[in-house]
Ligand binder design. Structure first.
Ligand code: 5AD
Ligand code: SF4
Length: 476
């Protein structure tokens, strides 16, 4: 799940609190305390990494701020997945540099996926940044900050085969105190031909199961009720203890997390169609607190394109997996990622993607047109030969179709009752709460006295549009 939009992380006021509103420390009590400002781009994994970075910086005496003007350290956690994401980061770096000109003590750092790709450009040619840190080198930040402070170039973009940051307790930024993300693995070994992630994030490695469980238990004890297990390909999670007598796959990890407490909702993303097993599906079915929602990116509905994409499944295999999901978990919602206009894609092949979308009945999709990334298999082997107007027209068709499918999907829910976990005020009105059902649909309903974020309620749905369900809390 990728979002090219900006999100600011930090705390608004002078008080830093934890999710339950418990005060951790007052920034005004620490006049000498240094502040950092961080912007995160891209996938949920990046947002999760920013929380690890925040934790490392807190140890160094830094506290987060939402206002760049207050910061001595400005960081941007970057995404390389599409060109647009990289362009946005470059624009932001120009803004930060203007600020630095008037405030010479300030340091600027680039974190994440762009670090490796852009290191020499950013540091030497354009002199836009003081520090460059790749996704596996965050532990090195204190040393890099020190070096940069002494006027040296500071860079570490080494990728690791082991680093999972298992022992670092993330400092939750932008938290509503109810929903949190736990990174269970890093990197990706899949080598989809369009994708830069295996190059920027390195080899796949799974995190120690016990560190995941204690993070989840800790979150639950602090009031969190909805956690998402994060990985580029969660189905290939694999961990064994040093003696080799305990082997944990994704299904057993899911089960262990679900057993922490029935009141803790468990979600996960992203599943790979080639790896998702019936064992995982049965585990989802068997635990009411494992959410009935699977993000299963298809990328294309056509087998020739899937082969060029090196997805290692064809449309027949994908359909079989979707059938298995609906057979084993009839009330499951499925969402997808779709790339349109991949190298040499014909109109007929594009139509097969549209057909797949209707057939699979996705509750929602993340849709993109193909953006060639330097160094990827596709960039080396194939021509990016679909003209931009055609890519855009196909993308519009896909977006339009998904809107219709989502609307129908949601209209079918009118008249049903869902258990909803309250997450906070709805965007449009503080008279309404918002929350999600197990199928990951946003549900909006009028507030009732005594209800608060973190509570479960049953909501009768009486209205729907393509994005949201609306209803009323069921009172007995
Ligand atoms: N161009 C367009 N979309 C891409 N994605 C990954 N790489 C590219 C690219 N080069 C999309 C895929 C993936 C999602 C996270 O981003 O759909 O599943
Ligand atoms: Fe990229 Fe494919 Fe790995 Fe996803 S599974 S991160 S699309 S290489």
């Amino acid at each position: 799940m990728y979002d090219d939009n900006i999100t600011l992380s930090g705390v608004k006021n002078e008080i830093l609190t934890d999710k339950q509103g418990e005060v951790l420390f007052y920034q005004s009590d620490l006049p000498q305390s240094k502040k950092f400002y961080i912007e995160s781009y891209g996938c949920q994994m990046n947002f999760s990494d920013s929380e690890i970075v925040a934790s490392i910086l807190a140890e160094e005496g830094y506290s987060p701020t939402r206002e760049m003007e207050l910061a001595q350290l400005i960081l941007v956690n970057t995404c390389s997945i599409r060109e647009k994401a990289e362009d946005t980061v470059r624009q932001r770096l120009t803004v930060f540099n203007k600020f630095k000109k008037d405030n010479p003590g300030v340091m600027i750092g680039v974190l994440g996926c762009m670090a490796e790709r852009m290191k020499s450009k950013l540091l030497e040619e354009e002199k836009l940044v003081d520090i460059v840190v790749g996704p596996d080198a965050y532990r090195d930040l204190p040393k890099l900050l020190q070096n940069a402070g002494d006027g040296q170039q500071s860079i570490n973009v080494l990728l690791s085969r082991e680093e999972t940051y298992a022992d670092i307790a993330p400092l939750r930024l932008e938290s509503n105190g109810v929903v949190a993300f736990i990174s269970i693995m890093r990197g990706c070994d899949n080598m989809c031909s369009f994708c830069v992630v295996p190059f920027t994030r390195g080899r796949e490695r799974s995190r120690d199961v016990y560190s995941i469980l204690s993070e989840a238990e800790d979150l639950f004890s602090r009031g969190y009720r909805d956690i998402t297990l994060l990985g580029q390909n969660v189905d290939s999670y694999k961990w064994e203890n040093p003696d080799g007598n305990e082997k944990i796959n994704f299904a057993s990890l899911l089960e262990k997390v679900a057993k922490i407490n029935p009141a803790l909702r468990v979600r996960f993303t992203t599943s790979h169609p080639k790896d998702i097993t019936d064992e995982v599906l049965l585990t989802i079915k068997n635990y009411s607190n494992i959410c009935k929602y699977i993000h299963l990116p298809v990328q294309s509905g056509n087998s020739r394109i899937l082969e060029l994409m090196n997805r290692t499944y064809d449309s027949h295999w994908y359909k079989e997996r979707v059938e298995a999901i609906y057979r084993i978990i009839p009330d499951c919602a499925i969402s997808s990622d779709i790339i349109t206009g991949f190298c040499s894609e014909t109109e007929d092949e594009h139509r097969e993607t549209l057909e797949m979308m209707s057939w699979a009945n996705y509750s929602m999709s993340y849709m993109f047109f193909y953006s060639e990334r330097p160094g990827t298999l596709a960039a080396r082997k194939f021509k990016d030969d679909i003209p931009e107007e055609i890519k855009k027209r196909r993308l519009n068709e896909i977006v339009e179709l998904q809107r219709n499918i989502s609307l129908k999907h949601n209209l079918k829910d009118v008249g049903k009752t869902f258990e909803v976990l309250i997450e906070g005020d709805s965007k449009k009105s503080d008279q309404y709460f918002k929350g999600r059902n197990s199928q990951n649909k946003m549900v909006v309903f009028p507030k009732l006295p005594g209800l608060k974020p973190g509570d479960y309620v049953y909501v009768d749905i009486h209205e729907a549009n393509a994005a949201t369900l609306k209803g009323k809390v069921l009172t007995k």
